[in-house]
Design a protein around this ligand. Structure first.
Ligand SMILES: NC(=O)c1ccc[n+]([C@@H]2O[C@H](COP(=O)([O-])OP(=O)(O)OC[C@H]3O[C@@H](n4cnc5c(N)ncnc54)[C@H](O)[C@@H]3O)[C@@H](O)[C@H]2O)c1
Length: 322
């Protein structure tokens, strides 16, 4: 249970998962420092109640600057580190991607160490693995072999290895979580954002093509945020690493759920597959947390579609579809 003295530093706070983490934390009455380089609050407008947003301590800061991260962490008891550049942004700016995704994460671990913050959770990614054909089984555990095919994945591997070394050298505990394909309100950028865009397109009655097919581990953003928060609250025990489960299903099934929920039949998909395994076994995460929220696929798509409909009606900022 949260304590009134708890103060959470959330990095990548203006992003999709960060917005949901902050929504949940504010609902519980927690104190939140929202750290992000961006001041674009469109996801906060979409996801967080206006009455709650005035309780957020916004800090515009750059993860690559240790002094800024240290300053933002005064009085902080828990860190949820989500700030990163996603695959397409890392491809566009490799030195910038390395700076944010590697140096930025070093700065978070350094901050936790210097401020004696034992409750640290960070986002790894399924991109640390190779594609499904690289493994004898399509569903992996958090400790299967790393074989990243993107620099983003290489840098997430570096984050995991850094967590292990901070534990070995300094005894700093942490929990790394490995999401796959997060969907829901606020998911509007990155390689795996197209399934969410397809829901928005269906709500608007506009045809949409998802570039890829195959089996993906679909994870509903509010559930993912809940898991990050719950992981930040367990008693620390070393450098731990867990995969997220969710609905491991073919893209066709996701589209079928969109059709069932919206009645719109104009979403299609391509045959190329993403260079990732199908999904992750989350039994060790379930054992560690005791309970892991997983909203049914149809319910989560229905909730997302309704969220988009309300946002359209209220004139909230949603992505343009070309
Ligand atoms: N969304 C997914 O499906 C998925 C899958 C695997 C891993 N992840 C990881 O989960 C985390 C959160 O994902 P998301 O979907 O919310 O991402 P997002 O792209 O929506 O948000 C990332 C946030 O990081 C911020 N950021 C970038 N550079 C920064 C800097 N130098 N200093 C401070 N902030 C900076 C951005 O402004 C953005 O608000 C990321 O680490 C991502 O790599 C996400």
């Amino acid at each position: 249970m949260p304590l009134t003295s708890d103060r959470y530093l959330v990095t990548g706070a203006m992003g999709c998962i960060g917005s949901w983490v902050i929504r949940h934390l504010l609902t519980e009455g927690c104190d939140v420092v929202a750290f992000d380089l961006s001041t674009d609050d469109r996801r906060h407008q979409l996801i967080i109640d206006p009455a709650d947003r005035c309780r957020i301590h916004y800090v515009q800061g750059d993860l690559t600057e240790l002094e800024q991260v240290l300053a933002a962490s005064a009085g902080v008891s828990h860190i949820i580190h989500l700030g990163a550049l996603q695959v397409p942004f890392c491809r566009d700016d490799r030195p910038g991607g390395a700076a944010v995704n590697v140096v930025g994460t070093v700065n978070i671990f350094e901050t936790a160490l210097r401020r004696s913050i034992d409750n640290l959770v960070y986002a790894s990614s399924v991109a640390v693995f190779g594609n499904a054909n690289d493994y004898p089984q399509p569903i992996l555990t958090a400790h299967d072999d790393r074989a990243p095919s993107t620099l983003y994945g290489v840098w997430k591997c570096a984050n995991e290895a850094m967590a292990r070394v901070y534990q070995l050298e300094d005894g700093l505990p942490s929990i790394g979580l490995i999401p796959h394909t997060v969907y829901g309100p606020g998911r509007d950028q990155g390689l795996t954002s197209q399934p969410t865009t397809a829901i928005l397109a269906a709500v608007r009655g506009k045809n949409f093509h998802i570039d890829y097919g195959g089996v993906l581990g679909f994870q509903f953003a509010p559930d993912v945020a809940r898991i990050f928060i719950d992981s930040a609250r367990v008693d620390p025990a070393g450098a731990e690493l867990f995969g997220l489960g969710g609905h491991i299903a073919p893209v066709e099934e996701f589209i079928g759920s969109i059709e069932a929920v919206t009645g719109f039949l104009g979403v299609t998909h391509g045959n190329q597959t993403l260079p990732f395994p199908h999904g992750m076994d989350d039994s060790s995460l379930r054992a560690r947390l005791g309970e892991v929220t997983c909203t049914a696929l149809g319910d989560s798509i229905s909730e997302t579609a309704q969220w988009f409909e309300r946002a359209e009606a209220q004139g909230l900022p949603l992505p343009n579809l070309n």
